[in-house]
Design a protein around this ligand. Structure first.
Ligand SMILES: Cc1cc2nc3c(=O)[nH]c(=O)nc-3n(C[C@H](O)[C@H](O)[C@H](O)COP(=O)(O)O)c2cc1C
Length: 345
């Protein structure tokens, strides 16, 4: 996956029709993907400064966190007015306390709720969430039914293709049927199998077939760098009603703004400083350092010797050192790569 860093690109970005779900307009239908430890309030604040998206997603939120944390202060839950539309992603394994969990979020006025049936990482699966929920149709049905009953706004579900075995297509069709039948309004599909993680390429060629079978608008997720992919893979991506970008947004938080304004110039040092300031404002020092370390490998992809930037963050014992080392790297005017790639991370 690569995206062109040059600011002289003049091709018009493909126009995308607004996506309207239960009266909520997502215009453009460009979404920042839910990403654990990345799409917290500080990162969303940074994206908001650039704009260009239709909505942001929170990272996956556990029931325990929603019930326990202070809505006004939690860096995962709180939202700032400037953020625009925000969809809260739930990690649910069953319906226990689910109406209460959804009710607790209501003061935050979510612009949508999303159910994570996509994550195959051990912490989610161990709790019966993500891919584990995808595989258990009765439980998935129950969870969706309760979410639909408890929330009047847009309800979306995020999935992968399933497990890579002979029966995957049949199982996927059953799930699409189930999800539409329980009243979801849209479906995000990351067309890889659970066990693939980020290996191989996302199978964009499946969107046509999935959009037909799903009877729901499909949001395409996986290996989409920017408008160039919509141009290059128009035939495969055209059936999608929306586009979601994850890792490329972590590397280039201006990706949505540049979609509209290809000439946008970026001061990498200023962006990084801003992000560090925002993270330091929302998190205590230890957590702030951990969050910087998570995003540094993505931001590093902008530079020819990005591993130096990445190591400067990874090896730092505290936040001040991480900031000093990474800012020194950026202040020296590092050479930018021509095309940013987030392949392999
Ligand atoms: C660091 C990281 C954290 C992620 N966390 C979540 C998550 O909390 N919920 C989820 O549904 N997907 C999660 N994903 C998957 C993304 O939402 C997205 O579907 C995937 O990265 C493919 O899109 P991309 O190629 O644009 O990155 C995560 C991905 C990454 C790289």
């Amino acid at each position: 996956m690569e995206t062109d860093q040059s600011s002289s690109q003049t091709d018009d970005a493909p126009r995308l029709a607004p996506l309207v779900l239960r009266g909520v307009v997502f215009d453009p239908p460009l979404f920042c993907a839910p990403m654990a430890a990345i799409t917290h309030s500080a990162f969303r604040r940074l994206l908001a400064g650039f704009g260009g998206y239709g909505a942001l997603f929170t990272e996956m939120l556990s029931s325990r966190m929603i019930l326990r944390e202070d809505l006004e202060r939690s860096p995962c839950l709180k939202r700032r007015p400037g953020e625009g539309k925000l969809i809260y992603q739930l990690m649910a394994s069953d319906t226990v306390r689910l109406p209460e969990i959804i009710e607790r979020l209501s003061p935050l006025r979510p612009d949508g709720l999303d159910l994570n049936a996509a994550c195959a990482a051990f912490p989610a699966v161990r709790q019966g969430c993500g891919s584990d929920l995808f595989h258990d149709a009765p439980r998935l049905r129950e969870v969706l039914r309760v979410m639909r009953r408890s929330f009047a706004g847009p309800l979306t579900v995020k999935i992968r293709l399933g497990r890579q075995d002979e029966g995957w297509r049949g199982q996927l069709e059953e799930r699409l049927d189930l999800i539409a039948g329980e009243g979801a309004d849209a479906l995000t599909v990351h067309p890889r199998f659970f066990e693939e993680k980020f290996k191989r390429s996302a199978r964009h060629d499946l969107y046509g077939e999935l959009a037909q079978k799903a009877r729901l608008p499909i949001i395409a997720s996986g290996d989409i760098r920017g408008p160039e992919d919509l141009r290059e893979h128009a035939a495969h991506l055209a059936p999608a009603a929306g586009v979601m970008i994850g890792r490329m947004a972590a590397a280039c938080p201006w990706v949505f703004a540049r979609w509209k304004n290809p000439g946008l110039r970026v001061d990498h040092l200023a962006v990084w400083r801003q992000l560090c300031d925002y993270i330091a404002e929302d998190f205590d020092a230890a957590k702030a350092l951990a969050r910087l370390k998570v995003i540094a490998p993505y931001f590093a992809r902008n530079f020819l010797f990005g591993h130096t930037f990445f190591k400067a963050a990874q090896g730092a014992p505290d936040l001040a050192t991480a900031r000093r080392r990474t800012e020194d790297f950026l202040a020296a005017g590092p050479t930018l790569v021509k095309s940013v790639s987030v392949g392999g991370i």
